[in-house]
Ligand binder design. Structure first.
Ligand code: FAD
Length: 452
């Protein structure tokens, strides 16, 4: 076992951990980043499958994500817009397919009016409650004690409107059934993206991509820090701590430092053994932040054939197997790529199938939106973060019912010299790469004494 020392040791080389390391290094502090995997980037992962580049993890940037946009700019990287020209496709619960333009789903007039009313209501709540301390709102306990599913049905008797609005947070963001998380958690999600209207607007929320892939942001940060600083294949097993410092150990090395930043998603905190144990409060609430589950579907075709039909590639169907589909063609490529998402219980059902049946059912679901040419991709791949030991789900963690107002206020508190940072406990940019950059930088500044 080799022994090393530095000022701050960081656990996890995702965008949070690397942003923290970068900020600390800028201030002249020595850092060591210990990463479990053989790569950096965490839930951002740009890889080649059968010669085709896919964004297996996080990829899109929206205009409000200014911390990430500034970082991308600082690193000299370029962005490009998602292909959005043409009409979208909506599939109703009875399977009816409608081609439409604009943001509002082509549903009956009264359902449209009801959806607009619910969006307005959620916008007001998001603006009032905000992303920083939703637990401080006077009605926090009330909103946290009812599931988003039931809250929507308290507001409206229009089942289709409730289902469609539910999709944007449940399948679309938290990737859990809307019965399992609270209305307060849904409002935090909307507030962290600026408003509920922003979440509904795919032109806003899925605006830009990074040329070369989102993982390259982390790769470049790690290259700047150097291989002596960022150590791969070093899963942290143990943190020994006192009020004055930490000793963080992997199977091969121990690093002693004044402070540690645990930059891993909260569902993995308990994978590390702490000596002495963390206080009762943390031991309890760390059990109540769990990962959602989503399968990101990638399918590449010889050409983006949907464009010839005047379609943008965008499709929505809250009741379908694939609930959202988008054109995900890479910058400068002639072949066309679609990306789709299969969330929570549908994802469970897909993983229970044999590979051939799963592929067929998923391609049939894509074909529902974009026609029979979707059945025959050149390359097909499913991102499987649920099977990744160092993530265990996707996209991120959220509290179970009642957890956010009970424990959210403590989630950013350090324990002695141990700090916590991940997009899962960010305010603005919650669950997104932008939130990871923000909280990584803010945690570094807290350690530097620049922030309280
Ligand atoms: P992570 O990226 O999870 O990094 C944590 C790191 O810690 C990992 O590298 C992990 O290996 C390491 N680690 C864990 N345990 C240990 C240990 N014991 N010892 C050492 N290392 C450890 N966000 C967007 O902004 N836009 C999107 O389009 C988007 N789409 C997504 C699609 C998918 C499929 C997924 C999975 C995520 C998506 N996200 C998206 C979310 C985004 O990727 C995450 O919010 C972001 O990566 C979180 O960064 P992080 O550094 O906080 O955590």
């Amino acid at each position: 076992m080799s022994e090393e020392t530095c000022d701050v040791v960081i656990i996890g080389a995702g965008p949070s951990g690397l942003s923290a390391a970068r900020r600390l290094r800028k201030a002249g502090r020595s850092v060591i980043v210990l990463e479990a995997r053989d790569r950096v980037g965490g839930r951002t992962w740009t890889d080649h499958i059968d010669g085709q580049m896919f964004e297996l993890g996080g990829q899109w940037i929206s205009p409000d994500q200014t911390a990430l946009l500034a970082l991308v700019d600082e690193l000299g990287k370029e962005t490009y817009p998602r292909y959005k020209d043409g009409d979208s496709v909506y599939i109703a619960p009875d399977g009816t397919r409608t081609v439409y333009s604009g943001e509002m789903f082509p549903v009956g007039e009264s359902t449209q009016a009801e959806m607009e009313r619910l969006i307005g209501l959620l916008d007001e709540l998001a603006a009032r409650i905000g992303p920083k301390a939703p637990w401080d709102a006077e009605d926090a306990a009330e909103l946290d004690s009812i599931s988003f599913h039931h809250w929507l049905r308290q507001q409206s008797e229009d089942e289709l409107a409730c289902e469609n609005i539910g999709l944007f947070i449940a399948g679309g963001m938290l990737t859990k059934p809307a019965t399992t998380f609270s209305a307060l958690q849904a409002i935090l999600m909307a507030a962290s993206a600026g408003s509920f209207t922003n979440l509904v607007d795919d032109h806003f929320i899925l605006d830009k991509r990074v040329v070369g892939g989102m993982q390259s942001v982390s790769v470049q940060m790690a290259e700047e820090l150097g291989a002596d600083t960022v150590r791969l294949q070093q899963p942290v097993r143990r943190i020994e701590w006192s009020e004055t410092g930490v000793r963080v150990s992997t199977d091969e090395l121990s690093v002693s430092a004044q402070s540690a930043i645990v930059a891993v998603p909260p569902n993995l905190y308990s994978r590390i053994s702490y000596t002495p144990p963390l206080p009762r409060l943390q031991q309890i609430f760390h059990q109540h932040q769990s990962m959602g589950l989503v399968i990101k579907v990638h399918a590449t075709y010889d050409t983006p054939f949907w464009r010839e039909d005047g379609l943008s590639g965008t499709g929505f169907g809250a009741s379908r197997l694939v609930q959202e589909v988008y054109d995900n063609t890479n910058h400068g490529e002639e072949q066309g790529t679609l990306v789709g998402f299969i969330s929570d219980v549908n994802a469970d059902a897909m993983w229970a199938l044999d590979e051939e049946t799963r592929r067929r059912q998923i391609l049939e679901a894509l074909a529902e939106f974009l026609g029979p040419k979707a059945l025959d991709p050149r390359v097909f791949y499913l991102s499987d973060f649920g099977a990744e030991e160092w993530t265990r789900g996707a996209y991120a963690t959220s509290y179970d019912l009642g957890g956010l107002h009970r424990w959210g206020q403590f989630q950013n508190d350090p324990v002695g010299p141990i700090h916590f940072a991940s997009s899962d406990i960010a305010a603005e940019g919650y669950q997104h790469v932008d939130g990871a950059v923000r909280i990584g930088t803010a945690t570094a500044e807290r350690i530097l004494g620049e922030k309280s």
